[in-house]
Write a protein of this length. Structure first.
Length: 461
């Protein structure tokens, strides 16, 4: 049973309508892609690409040019033999906010949307917004074609103590907030540091609108919520910590996580609950590397291009001068415990999502971090084919749009990207992005990247 299925037929209709509303202006000229190979999700293999046709923002055909349509005048893209077409990546924890120049976190709305799209991340769910009004307006600009960016499924304001100026809401006032943001077309909501009543009310009202809820939760310590209890409330996704009996409420989840092991009854019990109630786990492996001490040497955190070229001169000088001092030694212990748990969760049949959770401070920028996370997942021992599924089909299912996104199939939205190399041999091939297509519109990633050089961190961004 999918998360959308748990919310019923009306919810499915609402989800589909919301997804279609998130479209860019209609694709006017058919796009025909020939040559290379494409990723077949069901089999986890690469197949020869005799033809792929996108019309009106949707895929009309995949793997063949045998279509009931005159393709005269269509735009043609011929791929090299070593090029591969992948479904667009879906990042379920894609922050647009940055923390630069020693200032508080803020949404960066100039360069960040372009960086996501240029890296083949065609759908983003921010998982909590510091400036929900600004992010809502960004989505409207992307939809209208005024600004270039990925498919943005807004998450609205945080619900819980993480929200700036948070005060505990009554049930009626919380429902009114959810109603407002639902009317503005958000995809779902994020609870972070929420108390049990807040989370329960958020889930019930979000599901009333057919929307998903995810949570950065704790252990039950100090009026927090253990993910186990959130799952029983009906939450759709969990960020970071699996939860369960291994996380007692007399200490924080951060304190318990390093000693959590997969070969325990507590692990089996919590994984069984995720599977029984069809809840997605977003492990955010690299999030703990960026903030660790030893973690910053993690092999997935290497650089393959000069990301600093996208920073304004002021931000670049600040970073080169020492920048921030974000190091949490305890995150190294969490990072070391992550891989065995994530691999075991996957092998037990749990559903993982691609989730990066990196509010950059000018190092390891948005978009590029998605390729680091998929690399980290393979280093955890998950196969390349399964990691691609995690980054695509699993994300679509988690958001309730598996009928529209997540795989290359006729009838689905034409969101995909072309890479050089075989990602089933080395997942790092996804870093070599040659072309990006969103809603049938073809983009040159090199041109996209050039358009935002020297712009990340600009005032008003």
């Amino acid at each position: 049973m999918t998360p959308a299925g748990r919310r019923g037929p009306l919810a499915l209709a609402l989800l589909a309508a919301t997804a279609m509303a998130a479209e860019a202006p209609a694709q006017e000229t058919p796009l025909v892609v020939t040559g290379g190979r494409w990723f077949h999700t069901a089999s986890g293999t690469l197949r020869p690409n005799e033809g792929m046709v996108a019309v009106g923002g949707r895929l009309l055909a995949v793997g063949t040019l045998d279509v009931p349509l005159d393709l005269t005048g269509a735009r043609h893209l011929e791929l090299a033999d070593d090029e591969v077409v992948l479904p667009g990546f879906i990042d379920l924890h894609a922050h647009y906010n940055v923390q630069v120049l020693g200032r508080p976190r803020r949404e960066e709305l100039v360069a960040t949307p372009v960086l996501w799209l240029a890296n083949g991340v065609t759908t983003t769910f921010p998982a909590g917004e510091y400036d929900p009004e600004g992010m809502w307006r960004l989505r409207l600009r992307i939809q209208s074609g005024e600004q270039v960016g990925p498919r943005l499924f807004n998450s609205g304001p945080y619900f819980g103590r993480t929200r700036p100026g948070w005060t505990r809401l009554t049930r009626d006032s919380l429902h009114a907030e959810v109603d407002l943001w639902a009317s503005r077309g958000v995809r779902g909501f994020k609870a972070k540091n929420a108390d049990p009543e807040t989370l329960r009310w958020l889930i019930e009202r979000a599901h009333h609108h057919g929307l998903t809820v995810t949570g950065h939760l704790d252990s039950g310590f100090r009026d927090s919520v253990n993910p186990r209890d959130a799952i029983l409330m009906g939450i759709d996704r969990i960020e970071h910590f699996l939860g369960g009996a291994a996380f007692p409420d007399d200490r924080s989840a951060y304190a318990s996580f390093p000693s959590f092991r997969p070969d325990t009854p507590e692990f089996d019990e919590i994984v069984g609950l995720y599977r029984a109630l069809d809840v997605t786990y977003d492990p955010t492996v690299t999030a703990y590397a960026y903030y660790g001490v030893e973690g910053k040497q993690h092999p997935a955190l290497d650089f393959w291009t000069d990301e600093s070229r996208f920073l304004t001169p002021e931000v670049r000088a600040w970073v080169e001068g020492g920048g921030p001092d974000f190091e949490v030694a305890s995150f190294d212990d969490i990072l070391n415990a992550k891989c065995p748990l994530v691999r075991a969760f996957h092998e037990a049949g749990g559903r993982l999502g691609l989730a990066t959770d990196h509010p950059s401070w000018g190092v390891w920028l948005p978009g590029f971090v998605a390729h680091r996370e998929v690399h980290a997942l393979t280093l955890c021992g998950i196969s390349e084919a399964d990691v691609i599924r995690i980054a695509t089909a699993n994300g679509a299912e988690a958001l309730g749009v598996g009928d529209l996104l997540g795989s290359l199939e006729a009838g689905k939205l034409a969101d995909f990207f072309v890479i050089g190399g075989d990602p089933l041999v080395d997942i790092r091939a996804t870093r070599d992005v040659r072309h990006v297509v969103k809603s049938g519109h073809l983009y040159d990633p090199a041109e996209l990247l050039r358009s935002v050089e020297g712009r990340l961190g600009a005032p008003g961004g």
